[in-house]
Write a protein that binds this ligand. Sequence first.
Ligand SMILES: [Fe+2]
Length: 334
Amino acid sequence: MSHEPEVVADGSVGLLGDAHGNLDFILSALVALTEAQPGIRRVWQLGDAGLVWSGHPSERAKIARIDSLLEMLGIDQLGCVLGNHEGYGVLAHRESDAVGRIWLSPRIFYFPHGYRMTTPAGVAIAVLGGAGSPDRSIRTPGRSWWPEEAPDDDTLHAFAQGGPVDILLAHDAPRSAALTATLTSGAFSDSGIAYATRIQDRFQNAAAEAMSDRGLILSGHYHQRVSTTTEIHDAEGRAVTVRSEVLAAETQSGSVAVLNLGTQQLRDVVLLDPPVARKRTRVLREVLRGRASERDIAARLGVTTRQLRQLRSGHLPVWSGILERSQALDGDEE
Ligand SMILES: [Fe+2]
């Protein structure tokens, strides 16, 4: 789908690695991002968000909770790149907007392959999701595996022809020794590895055609944090040197980062230790569900109901303070 690039503000955006529908990870990562970079307005998730899978009603509830937190934190959008683990059967029945985005809520959407953005300073950003599942043989077509996990030839061709790209939001990544070692570590069959590698070759060829020299490719999929600079080749053998930053997956260190679109500096955001994160997300869930009364939640957190209302309206300094208090309560409840 070709369209005028969407203009996105200069400055910083948040990045999330594979989330696989893990609500606690997404909630705590969004809080960690806003604490690391107050005022952040956009977060991009690099595939395998897993927010839509079977279409069960619980998925809508989960999406609504994430949307509430985004609103609270003042984040305008969570844009998700398509990964290999998305519910393509359900997504096929969802309507997309005029530029191909599938909106799951007022702030959360999936990017289509080939989506284009630009900053006022002229940094060209594009999206090319998808990857091959190396464990395809143990998955069930239509239930846990879909052929749409990899973009087709027409999509790749249109992407490659769409003009130079400075920053690519992807799910797959350029090949490197570290990523190949993961793929061949014994977890996957030879035919699964061959299939995933074939899909990765197609991704690399299209990326090599589209990327500007020293461009940045942001990826997930491999569930580990890897930074490399590498040469990739298009189908005719022409080479381009790119910087590849692969984020880790849910709850692993290296799964959350802040990217400055101007300098293209990437800063990893440290997630809290799991017990503290669990405590925080429990409080968050309660606030978002609105199950306990305002007064009860405020009493537990040691804040006033007025402060709690400020939290709901996205007043960040108060938010941070409340989280500190909730951390202090940790020992009482674990
Ligand atoms: Fe994944």
